[in-house]
Write a protein that binds this ligand. Sequence first.
Ligand SMILES: [Zn+2]
Length: 405
Amino acid sequence: MAFCPTVSSYSNGPKPIGERRPHVGRSEEEGVTPALRGLGPPVARTRGDPGTTRVGSWPRPRSTAPDTSRTVSARAPRFARPARRQGARLPGFAVAQAALHHGGTAATDHEWRMTMPAQPAPLESIDIGDIKVTYLPDGDATLSATTVFPASNDALWEAHRELFDADGRLLLTLGGFLIETGDQKVIVDLGFGDLTVPFDAVDGVFRGGKLLSSLRQAGVQPADVDVVFYTHMHLDHVGWTAQNGTLTFPNARHVVGDGEFEFWQGVSDPDLAGVGPNPDAVLAPLLNRIESVSDGATVAPGVNVLASPGHTPGHCSAVVSSGQSRAIILGDVMHCPLQLSDGDLRIIFDVDPDTAARTRDHIAAELEADSATIGADGHFPGSAFGRVVQANGRRWVGLADTVAR
Ligand SMILES: [Zn+2]
């Protein structure tokens, strides 16, 4: 075990997870909700304030932060994009019109400029005070929007073609985040892995493979990574855990929210297991290495755990704070920017949809209320970093669209 004494001595530090527990079947899974931390309305907090609600671990800037969008660094070279159909056009929707109008409401070119069709988020970095956060693309997934969001319809998506690929499928980026804080290097989530998998049930395909080259492009080798923090253990977040049974990041502590690892050990439902971590390739190599962390834990200087349950029982986000700046790496609190303002947009992969919706609304409200806080979502197209603004509902503005290129 490669514990880092500095990190493991923090309060609320990780605790080793024990051996495999008895099987937990579907009935216990359904009983998960009452045990989860409930989410009250957003409450202004200061660091260390135990708070009066159970979402209490927001490390907040000490005062109003400057416009940190100005700190976006020069964009790293983009990866080669997947081949697009030659001359492909979005059916019935002019590209220029889509860029200038949003849901039938006129919006500024500045606000809604998006690449058409949607592109995976690129490798890019932002500075959060003294901490550098870099998005590490691994690949992308394309899905049937109305299948994965059953409450949606074609009319909704027709107004948001900026989220679609050239073939009319919802595009999600796959990847992780590198956090460089002091002499510590943390990776949040490990992408899909070096494989391409069709998911016929959602008329989709998941493609990974670039995470390690993204990491090297950021100047970091796998052996340099001190902490791997999983927001949760769906298969598109654990893909690079191990190769041939050996951990890809051999010197890193591997941490995950309370209960998440045990939950997936106990899953027997084939549909649920099918989107979870592979028992042999992922769970087995982690058995004696994984550590659980609780809400509020510090996993590295300036990197704190924020319990954000619902998508999975132990789902956690990561709050990065330094000086007057703050970012939250959402994990799978949201998969699509439209979820910021539409509570009915629930993805079929949420284990506890009601809890997930409350978590999502709470975090969206927090991002809207504190415009200095950067949101970081590894599934959004275009840019993994952005802000939430109020414009006839909460909307996402990618940082790449707010700074001159
Ligand atoms: Zn995901």
